[in-house]
Ligand binder design. Structure first.
Ligand code: ADP
Length: 386
């Protein structure tokens, strides 16, 4: 971006130098001038500035703003004909004095939530004391960087726990080599920690596949009855071990378009959660219904602990848990709902949650319906090459 800015400054600078030569010719009487040189923005510069993606401001020899893009005004750099960010004004004066191009990063706005970051380049424009200020908005880039940093820190923290436990257990087993019973007990716990590590890594891989912008690698008609049957199958053992009944309603031959494996993963995450956050002996229902002509709703309803209203917005964030201790106890990775949300979005749908503390929750996957077109049925779309 800085290289781009440099090119643009060069371009504008070059244009302005050419124009400055024309001005001096005019001063010698070859071409009469209409306006005083100091106050005028050289013609042609305005059209170059208007195509720049950055916010642009041109100030004259008296610190008056000759031109400012609407973004520069909207971002609070300019008011009337004044540069109102002290740092920028000081830089413009320095550049005017010694003609050196300067670069810096500035923060505009005091409010932590409202302020924006800019990469700024200030350069002389021609030879009449004009100074060009170009500002590239870095706010979004910084936000993404900070999310990435937080995510990397969270992943390291999540990996540390089972890895640390494995290390400790291995040492304990070594120390208790003569005690057969202890060895059996600790190796059982090692298996548990290793399984936790393995599902965390698996969830991280799935998440990295679904959270990007690229289209689905597999995109073809998918029968929901198979998705439901597969997801229920994979959760059955865990549900049985806690005497929770899994009840799947009819799917009426409804089909959607997308990646069957991802849809099964999303539904399995929802059913897994329904089982994990419900008391023994309750019921989890999986139902499919057409919501209108264009969407189908795949719902998982439990009679579990429910989710406090204030937490509902956050549960789809990566690694967010309402009750971290309970999630750890059930072997949750904290990534299940983030995966569901991204799978829904990737399929052109969404996930909706209804919940009441103490009564239970319903998670609904809303997906675009595949139109019942016989040609589509007979000619399944070919799987995209990965
Ligand atoms: P986890 O691996 O912790 O279950 P998820 O991303 O799947 O992570 O869910 C995030 C949090 O949302 C869970 O830790 C839990 O607090 C809450 N949650 C998800 N599903 C349910 C549910 N069916 N009932 C109650 N709480 C739930």
């Amino acid at each position: 971006m800085v290289a781009g800015l440099a090119g643009l400054v060069g371009l504008v600078g070059g244009l302005a130098t050419g124009l400055a030569i024309r001005f001096s010719e005019a001063a010698q009487g070859q071409e009469p001038l209409q306006e005083p040189v100091q106050a005028a923005l050289p013609p042609g510069v305005a059209s170059v500035l208007s195509v720049l993606p950055s916010s642009a401001v041109v100030v004259d020899g008296e610190d008056r703003v000759l031109r400012a893009s609407s973004a520069a005004r909207a971002f609070g750099m300019v008011s009337g004909d004044r540069l109102i960010v002290e740092e920028l004004l000081a830089l413009a004066r320095l550049v005017r004095r010694d003609g050196e191009i300067r670069e810096t990063e500035i923060q505009v706005g005091q409010d932590r939530h409202d302020s924006r970051w800019f990469a700024v380049r200030v350069a002389p424009l021609g030879t009449h004391g004009l100074v060009l200020v170009l500002a590239e908005d870095l706010t979004e880039l910084r936000r993404v960087e900070s999310i990435r940093r937080d995510f990397a820190a969270n992943v390291s923290h999540e990996l540390k726990t089972p890895v640390g436990a494995l290390l400790l257990l291995a040492e304990t087993i070594e120390g208790a080599a003569d005690d057969e019973e202890a060895v059996r007990r600790f190796s059982g716990r090692m298996q548990l920690e290793a399984a936790r590590l393995s599902s965390l890594v698996q969830d991280l891989i799935t998440l990295s596949h679904v959270q990007g912008d690229e289209p689905l690698a597999r995109d073809r008609p998918v029968a929901l009855d198979e998705v439901v049957a597969d997801a229920v199958d994979r959760c059955r053992m865990r549900a049985e071990s806690r005497s929770i009944e899994l009840a799947a309603g009819p799917t009426e031959g409804i089909r959607v378009r997308g990646d069957e494996e991802l849809l099964v993963t999303a539904l399995r995450n929802l059913v897994d959660n329904a089982v994990a956050y419900s008391p023994e002996g309750t019921r989890v229902a999986i139902s499919v219904r057409r919501s209108d002509d264009e969407f189908v709703e795949l719902s998982v309803t439990d009679q579990g602990i429910g989710i406090p209203e204030r937490e509902l917005e956050r549960i789809f964030e990566r690694f967010y848990r309402v009750d971290p201790a309970r999630s750890r106890q059930t072997g949750g990775t904290g990534l299940g709902l983030a995966i569901v949300k991204h799978v829904a979005t990737k399929h052109g749908g969404e996930v909706i949650v209804w919940s009441r503390e103490g009564s239970g929750s319903t998670f609904t996957l809303r997906l675009p319906l595949l139109p019942e077109d016989p040609r589509v049925t007979e000619n399944p779309v070919q799987e995209a090459v990965q």
